[in-house]
Write a protein of this length. Structure first.
Length: 113
């Protein structure tokens, strides 16, 4: 995106709003699955960071060590969140015509990244 394109877009708040709405819809449609423990724990998140699925292999459950399972779930969630964040950064870069997403003070217009 050229600076002149950016300046024109800034003169048209409706265009900015339309781009923001488009990005929000694309983000909401994202899905990413993270895993840990060699795939024993898998967590699927939406683009809005809502946990959609969590699967735990029976061999990951050790009643004498619940801390290990907690760590595996946290690691799988973190893996999925990183995948969502990368997808959002990629979408933003595409929508901005290759301009770095953080150029104007943040990588995600919906917060948190």
């Amino acid at each position: 995106m050229e600076i002149s394109d950016l300046m024109n877009m800034l003169k048209n708040p409706q265009a900015i709003q339309a781009k923001a709405n488009e990005l929000k819809q694309k983000t909401a449609a994202l899905r990413a699955t993270g895993q840990s423990g060699g795939g024993m724990v898998k967590v699927t998140l939406s683009g809005e960071m809502e946990m959609l699925e969590c699967s735990i292999a029976p061999e990951a459950v050790d009643p004498s060590d619940p801390k290990m399972l907690e760590d595996l779930i946290r690691a799988a969630h973190h893996d999925a969140a990183e995948r969502i964040q990368e997808s959002i950064r990629t979408q933003m870069a595409e929508m901005m015509g290759g301009m770095p997403p953080g150029m104007f003070g943040g990588g995600n217009p919906f917060g948190g990244f």
